[in-house]
Ligand binder design. Structure first.
Ligand SMILES: [Zn+2]
Length: 186
């Protein structure tokens, strides 16, 4: 499908003032294709610093977007470290001996170590051990006793504090991403 005509309109001055944010309208050479409207940044300097949405022409500052992405990765890693620490303690937990898989399920549920149904648990249990299925997270009711008995409460608290700070930083960096929206047209 060829293009019958391409029109370029300058919609706004770019951030540095030397170029423009442009709308490119392509009119197809046949009646069954739709007209296409995209947005481009016609300024080499600004293209280095800003990313343009071809869909609505919004400019996003590359540096603050990258910082937010890095902070988000760091936050996920800090949260994962809390979970990994807790799960590293679990193999030494004095699990009682269970008579049935149903009793195991009830115990894991009460301790906050499993979230599925008893049917799902029985199914998983055919191929996996209890420890492979059980998963501790910071909200699990087993946590205070698990950390006190088998872990280091100071170490746990500092991991939790790091995860909290990293989460706050990620939220702040996300809020701080700079955007420039095209002025609304009538
Ligand atoms: Zn510019």
């Amino acid at each position: 499908m060829g293009t019958w005509e391409t029109d370029t309109y300058n919609l706004a001055i770019c951030p540095c003032g030397k170029g423009h944010v442009q709308q490119v309208v392509e009119t197809p050479d046949n009646p069954w294709s739709r007209m296409s409207e995209t947005y481009e940044l016609d300024c080499a300097d600004c293209a280095k610093a800003w990313e343009i949405s071809s869909y609505d022409g919004t400019l996003t500052d590359r540096r603050s977007k990258k910082e937010a992405a890095q902070a988000s990765v760091a936050s996920q890693a800090a949260s994962a470290a809390v979970g990994a620490y807790l799960n590293s303690l679990l193999p030494n937990w004095p699990f009682p001996s269970f008579k049935t898989k149903g009793a195991e399920f009830e115990y894991l549920l009460a301790m906050g170590l499993y979230k599925g149904t008893v049917g799902q648990y029985r199914y998983l249990r055919r191929a996996q051990s209890l420890l492979e299925i059980a998963d501790v997270h910071p909200g699990s009711s087993i946590v205070p006793e698990l950390v006190k008995k088998l872990g280091d409460p100071n170490q746990y608290e500092s991991l939790v504090a790091e995860a909290k700070t990293a989460k706050q930083t990620a939220a702040a960096k996300s809020e701080a991403i700079k955007y420039i929206h095209l002025p609304k047209r009538k």
